[in-house]
Design a protein around this ligand. Structure first.
Ligand code: NAD
Length: 257
């Protein structure tokens, strides 16, 4: 069988990059995406390390036309996109009354709407192929709230709704769709939150990790990106057709409480 192709948004940093490495190790062709200035080099280095074909797109999730172009270019290069992983995301931490309007709009677009537009663009080719795997990287904040994260929590709850609808519409066509809900993973996104939360709670950055960030984890450790990569590979597998419409927490026991 020809190598399968995975498109992963936000895959030149953090969790997305970890997922890309897992799929490259499993010999998928990778369509990388992300706004990192050295995105091209990051993508090429992973492809070289694991000897897989790749493409890099700097498509900005704020712009729907750029997302469509990325899909068109990916289909042109690889002929098929078998797995879509909607991972790109941004965060802003602020009380509601001072939460900037533009940040609200941008967070909804990057964290939620981009997943809809990419799913929309790939649904038809996946239906035609009678195979598709869609994985939405939501968050424990898709299941629970924390103060000062109104836009992020709203977007991630929305991602779980989109996941369920996609699972229902995809079911007759061997397309599954699941969400992964990680607790805290040490990435640049969380590093920024550590700084913001320290300011909001008026405590030092070293205090904010155990007292605020990992406070809700029963296991007082950051979730390793490699674990999210392995779970994503399982969800993308042929065997996972009946595993669909779920929201799977990897959260150090946060959701057990
Ligand atoms: P990160 O900041 O390391 O990576 C985010 C990626 O998204 C980057 O590649 C960035 O360039 C890309 N991105 C941001 N805005 C974009 C835009 N407008 N267009 C295209 N790409 C854009 O963050 P991360 O922690 O790896 O987060 C990845 C996903 O995991 C996000 O959806 C995040 O909400 C989710 N998540 C993270 C954690 C955590 O603790 N780190 C926990 C739960 C869920």
């Amino acid at each position: 069988m020809a190598a399968r192709t995975v498109l992963i948004t936000g895959s030149t940093s953090g969790i997305g990059l970890g997922i890309a490495r897992a799929f490259a190790k499993a010999k998928y062709n990778i369509i990388f995406n992300g706004l990192e200035k050295n995105g091209h080099e990051i993508a090429a280095a992973v492809a070289k390390e694991f000897q897989v074909d790749h493409m890099y797109s700097p498509a900005n999730a704020l712009h729907t036309d750029q997302l469509r172009t990325m899909v068109d270019e990916g289909l042109k290069q690889f002929n098929h996109i078998d797995v879509l992983i909607n991972n790109c995301g941004v965060q802003h931490v602020s009380p509601i009354e001072t939460f900037p309007d533009q940040k609200w709009d941008d967070i909804l677009r990057v964290n939620l709407s981009s997943a809809f537009f990419l799913t929309k663009a790939l649904m038809k080719p996946m239906k035609t192929k009678q195979f598709g795997r869609i994985i939405n990287i939501a968050s424990a904040h898709g299941l629970f709230a924390s103060e000062y994260k109104s836009a992020y929590v709203a977007a991630k709850h929305g991602v779980l709704g989109l996941t369920k609808v996609t699972a229902l519409e995809g079911a007759p066509f061997n397309i599954n769709c699941n969400a992964i809900c990680p607790g805290y993973v040490r990435t640049p996104l969380v590093d920024a939150q550590i700084r913001d939360q320290a300011k909001s709670h008026d405590i030092s950055e070293s205090e904010v990790i155990p007292r605020v960030i990992l406070q809700k984890h029963a296991v007082k450790k950051f979730v390793p990106v490699e674990l999210i990569g392995r779970l994503s590979l399982l969800l993308a597998d042929e065997i996972s057709a009946t595993l669909t419409g779920t929201a799977i927490p990897i959260d150090g026991g946060w959701s057990a409480q």
